[in-house]
Design a protein around this ligand. Structure first.
Ligand code: C2E
Ligand code: MG
Ligand code: MG
Ligand code: MG
Length: 281
């Protein structure tokens, strides 16, 4: 009977969902072991300064190669780490790695800036901010070359609290960037109250730029207004030369995406950048 069949399907479905979500939450208990074993590592995606036609920075993107499950995308395990209170530990692991890799690049003749992603909850977590401060004290020279990317939603959940928290981070000397701009409800005039000087236009607007006139209008006018308000603009998700040209025409400052470079291990990024620097003298 159909109703029974539907019921059985539904039960199987919810059982699978429960198994999946239990497994995801369980990931948090494997975090320390995974960090120690090298299963969690950091990939870097280059950021192209469009005007200078040069790679000037790289974004750290965390990777987890699970011994049984293979590669787990960050969107799958970061929420679990947030829920279980382990996200600060992961973030500081990524940050330490990124600062060490940046130091190695600089020593090898590729003085790139580096960006690290911060979960929405972290800027207003006092314990995290204290630990962050301690890390930055140990890497004083790196601080002027470090950007923290916070999502637009982080800035919006509790605007008053976010403004305060982000000012505290900025006071440590790091640059702040608003990630995934355009996916939330914030206006540039609200973001203007934050100590961020960069916005990253979400890839959902950039991927379709060639075909979508409305995305072109949105991206062009966002860039213009952002510039008037004193923000630099990064476009993420640049997959083609045509989109890069279009963004260049709009006056976009920085581009990131598969067309420029996929996220790769630190030494691969260096191998790509350093020979060019050496050749240019
Ligand atoms: P995000 O910071 O907005 O990073 C951009 C995402 O777009 C990355 O996915 C990147 O690999 C992907 N991407 C870059 N260029 C292209 C492109 O041309 N086309 C397409 N289709 N995609 C592109 P990824 O690495 O899976 O990361 C997803 C999200 O996970 C990140 O979004 C960020 O919010 C979060 N994340 C990554 N690493 C960390 C971390 O260390 N800490 C925290 N809290 N979040 C992280
Ligand atoms: Mg980011
Ligand atoms: Mg983004
Ligand atoms: Mg994102």
């Amino acid at each position: 009977d159909q109703a029974v069949a539907r019921g059985v399907r539904w039960m199987r479905y919810t059982a699978d969902m429960e198994k999946e979500s239990a497994w995801r939450l369980g990931l948090a208990t494997e975090l320390d072991q995974a960090m120690a074993a090298g299963d969690i590592w950091v990939a870097y995606q280059p950021k192209l300064d469009i005007g200078a036609a040069r790679i000037t920075a790289a974004e750290a993107l965390v990777r987890w190669r699970h011994p049984e499950r293979g590669m787990i995308p960050p969107d799958a395990f970061i929420p679990a780490l947030e829920e279980s209170g382990r996200i600060a530990d992961l973030t500081l692991f990524v940050l330490e790695r990124a600062l060490a890799d940046r130091e190695a690049w600089a020593a090898a003749g590729a003085p790139l800036a580096v960006a690290v992603n911060l979960s929405a909850l972290l800027p207003s977590d006092p314990a995290f901010v204290l630990r962050l401060e301690a890390v930055l004290r140990r890497h004083r020279d790196a601080v002027p070359h470090l950007t923290l990317e916070v999502t637009e939603s982080a800035a919006m959940t509790d605007p008053e609290r976010a403004v305060e928290a982000l000012h505290r981070l900025a006071a440590l000397g790091v640059a702040l960037s608003i990630d995934d701009y355009g996916t939330g409800q914030s206006t540039l005039s609200y973001l203007k109250r934050l100590p961020a000087r960069e916005i990253k236009i979400d890839k959902s607007f950039v991927l379709t730029l060639e075909k979508s006139r409305s995305d072109q209008a949105m991206v062009r006018s966002t860039i213009e207004l952002a510039h008037e308000l004193g923000f630099k603009v990064v476009a993420e998700g640049v997959e083609t030369e045509a989109v890069l040209r279009m963004l260049s025409g709009f006056g976009c400052d920085t581009a990131q995406g598969w067309h420029i470079g996929r996220p790769v291990p630190a030494d691969e990024l260096l191998a790509r950048i350093a020979p060019k620097r050496a050749a240019a003298g």
